[in-house]
Design a binder for this molecule. Structure first.
Ligand code: ADP
Ligand code: MG
Length: 482
């Protein structure tokens, strides 16, 4: 290809553009097209230089169709336009020039016009194509954060206190705490995605100038593969290297696959970490148990803070339910909330699921949400979602039976009926749950394992010698397993 070709191509384009815009748009032509400088032709890709980011954005929003048409007229259907912007920001002190491929690359064809039309940009959860915006004006990067998962509506409890406050610290000083990377791990449905998203939102609120990006590990991997196919791996990496707070959700997805993706991420990780940028990662396993992940990546994950999210206890579950109800402007009696909180104890997602089913039931059948309706619904829900009997639940059933407030289990009272309630709870916890004696003791009034053992023996003995006691224990056991 002759060196001057690119100039010729652009000159032809300009002529068509001028013609199309007509004399009435002469000013626009002079403002937006004359300053564009052709730089080079790479195959059927014309690279042009534009004076600023703003300039690029303007072209992109107002003239993309026209540009695409003329480029295709000149260079055929595979014709593309790439923009080069002299960046005014500097990274590591070096000014860099970034190439911005035109939208055409991400276009799908409209069979009617044979002019590519853009993929729907409104889909906010779709990842912004990293190849469209590298190096662009920082605010333009869509952070992919959901406005609904905030730190304010992430209910705090013993189960998540450490992770939540570490999250807050990170949002306050992204990259500047020792929690870098911050790794959040837990079983499913316990709030990893919510909390990671919330940290992103809080960071943006406190530091509007920071570039935050949330991406699932699956999206990251798909993009990386696409970049490989398009020969734009460098753009991909450069795009990620300009993020200030990078959130990667569900990193376990890479286990046993995506070795190249992991390598790319490793480089990005190092680059960001060195620049003092914040990395937040979620995983359904602790780093030590993440098999099939690159060892050097695992070792990086151990650098910062690993915070786990536990299943919430019953009080936290109640608060979560109340908050969801308040958000939706729905009223429910305390007994209904309690019933749900005691019976759905696997994870928060299930808790929400049960609440939604209940509300749907009530509105579809125009029924009031009564305790009766709740029981029917929740029992069905629980049956199909395998219930686990917890120590909390045992305490509740025992105390209801003995007509004691459930809190009394936790106090230090030596009153006979309270001691008995505590002993019965320990007995059933030992019999029905998989919890260790130490855990049972801790949850039943902060006692040690010897006390639990003693309680179990006492109840066993009484059951054999005392008819009333036997009737009560059997009755309670039936209730618990209902
Ligand atoms: P994970 O990513 O761990 O699977 P999610 O973050 O998707 O879990 O949480 C599942 C659901 O539970 C979400 O709707 C989330 O808002 C809710 N949730 C989890 N933990 C809490 C919490 N502490 N407070 C309020 N909502 C929560
Ligand atoms: Mg998640």
């Amino acid at each position: 290809m002759i060196v001057e070709d690119y100039k010729k191509v652009w000159a032809n384009c300009l002529e068509i553009i001028k013609d199309t815009l007509g004399p009435e748009n002469r000013k626009a032509y002079e403002t937006w097209f004359v300053p564009i400088k052709p730089l080079q032709l790479e195959g059927t890709t014309l690279i042009v230089q534009v004076p600023s980011h703003f300039f690029y954005e303007w072209l992109d929003t107002h003239y993309i169709d026209l540009l695409r048409r003329v480029i295709r007229m000149q260079l055929g259907t595979s014709g593309m336009l790439k923009y080069s912007v002299m960046m005014d920001q500097t990274i590591n002190g070096d000014p860099i020039t970034t190439t911005l491929p035109s939208q055409a690359r991400n276009a799908v064809r409209n069979p009617l016009t044979d002019i590519p039309v853009n993929i729907n940009k409104e889909n906010t959860r779709a990842i912004p194509d990293p190849f469209i915006l590298p190096g662009l004006n920082k605010q333009r990067i869509n952070s992919q954060l959901s406005p609904n998962y905030t730190l304010e509506n992430f209910v705090e409890g013993d189960c998540n206190r450490l992770a939540r406050s570490a999250g807050y610290a990170v949002a306050e000083k992204p990259g500047q705490t020792s929690f870098n990377p911050l790794l959040l791990h837990s079983n499913v449905g316990l709030g990893k995605t919510h909390l990671a998203n919330a940290i992103g939102l809080k960071t943006k609120e406190m530091h509007p100038d920071k570039v935050v990006l949330y991406v699932t590990s699956e999206q990251f991997m798909a993009q990386y593969a696409q970049a490989g196919r398009d020969g734009t791996t460098n753009d991909f990496i450069r795009f990620y290297e300009q993020i200030d707070v990078l959130i990667i959700d569900d990193i376990q997805f890479w286990s046993g696959k995506g070795q190249k993706t992991q390598e790319a991420f490793f480089h990005i990780f190092n680059h960001l970490h060195q620049r003092g940028c914040q990395i937040i990662i979620t995983s359904d396993k602790a780093p030590g148990e993440l098999q099939g992940l690159e060892p050097r990546l695992i070792s990086r994950l151990k650098w910062g803070l690993n915070a786990d999210l536990q299943a919430p206890d019953v009080e936290t579950r109640k608060r979560i339910l109340r908050q969801k109800l308040q958000n939706d402007g729905i009223e429910m009696s305390d007994e209904v909330v309690e019933y749900i909180a005691y019976n759905i104890n696997t994870n928060v997602r299930e808790l929400e699921g049960a609440l939604i089913s209940l509300m749907a039931q009530s509105s579809l059948n125009h029924k009031q949400i009564t305790l009766e309706l709740t029981k029917q619904m929740i029992d069905k829900y629980v049956q199909s979602n395998a219930r686990e009997i917890t120590i909390d639940y045992i305490q509740k059933v025992v105390c209801d039976y003995l007509q004691l407030p459930v809190e009394t289990i936790q106090n230090t009272s030596r009153k006979r009926e309270i001691v008995q309630a505590r002993q019965l709870s320990m007995y059933f916890a030992k019999k029905i749950t998989k919890s260790s004696l130490a855990v049972i003791g801790m949850q039943c009034g902060n006692k040690d394992h010897a006390t639990v053992l003693h309680a179990c023996k006492t109840i066993d003995n009484l059951r054999q010698t005392d008819r009333h006691m036997r009737a009560m224990v059997d009755e309670l056991e039936k209730k618990l397993k209902e």
